[in-house]
Design a protein around this ligand. Structure first.
Ligand code: ZN
Length: 117
């Protein structure tokens, strides 16, 4: 397991998570992901592996539609650092572009057809 370190653009929101070496990411064509354009982690990280380090007060929350996902963004720089599964509180998918140890241009990209869900 590697400890990865993430932050939003302005640094107001900081998080860490533990994962096997990340070699790929996920993109999605649903109405919100296609607008964010972020490369996301392929898995959700649970409470045993994911830590919201600081900046709790800087996170804003956006929900829409079925409200199954907490879409967080930094209220200062607007960047999406991670989102949370409402039905699995404490389980996060991460914006890999926010992760210090990763260069998203070097990762394999898989697509999920979120638009069809
Ligand atoms: Zn920020």
């Amino acid at each position: 397991m590697i400890t990865y370190h993430g932050n939003c653009h302005c640094g107001a929101v900081i998080f860490t998570f533990r994962s096997e070496t990340i070699r790929s990411g996920l993109r999605c064509n649903c109405s919100i992901c296609v607008r964010k354009g972020a490369l996301m982690s392929t898995e959700y990280f649970g409470p045993d592996r994911f830590t919201r380090v600081s900046g709790e007060e800087n996170l804003a929350l956006y929900r829409f539609g079925d409200r199954l996902v907490n879409h967080y963004f930094c209220r200062h720089c607007g960047i999406y650092p991670f989102h949370e599964a409402v039905e699995c509180p404490g389980h996060y998918r991460v914006n890999l572009g926010c992760v210090a140890e990763l260069d998203v241009a070097m990762l394999e990209v898989a697509w999920i057809d979120g638009r069809a869900f």
